[in-house]
Design a protein around this ligand. Structure first.
Ligand code: ZN
Length: 70
C-alpha cells in the first residue's frame, strides 16, 4: 500500500541522501555552532566557522577514531 505520506518520506530520504553525498566531509548536522571551536555561527546551515575549523574538526575526528577502545 502506497499513500502520499509514504511517497513523501521516500522523497525526503532520497533528497537527504543526495545532500549528504554532495557535502564533504560527512559529519554532524548544522547546530548553529561551530563543531570545532563552538563559536556561534550566523549561517544556520554552516557547521564550521571556516576551512581551518573544518580541517581541525576532521583531524580530531580521525584522532578519536584511532583511539583504542577499552
Ligand atoms: Zn570554529
Amino acid at each position: 500500500m502506497t499513500d502520499v505520506s509514504d511517497q513523501a518520506t521516500e522523497f525526503e530520504e532520497l533528497r537527504r541522501d543526495a545532500a549528504l553525498a554532495s557535502r564533504k566531509p560527512s559529519g554532524p548536522p548544522p547546530c548553529g555552532e561551530c563543531h570545532f571551536c563552538e563559536a556561534e555561527l550566523s549561517d544556520p546551515s554552516a557547521r564550521w566557522c571556516d576551512a581551518d575549523c573544518r580541517d581541525g574538526w576532521e583531524k580530531r575526528q580521525r584522532a578519536y577514531a584511532q583511539r583504542p577502545i577499552r
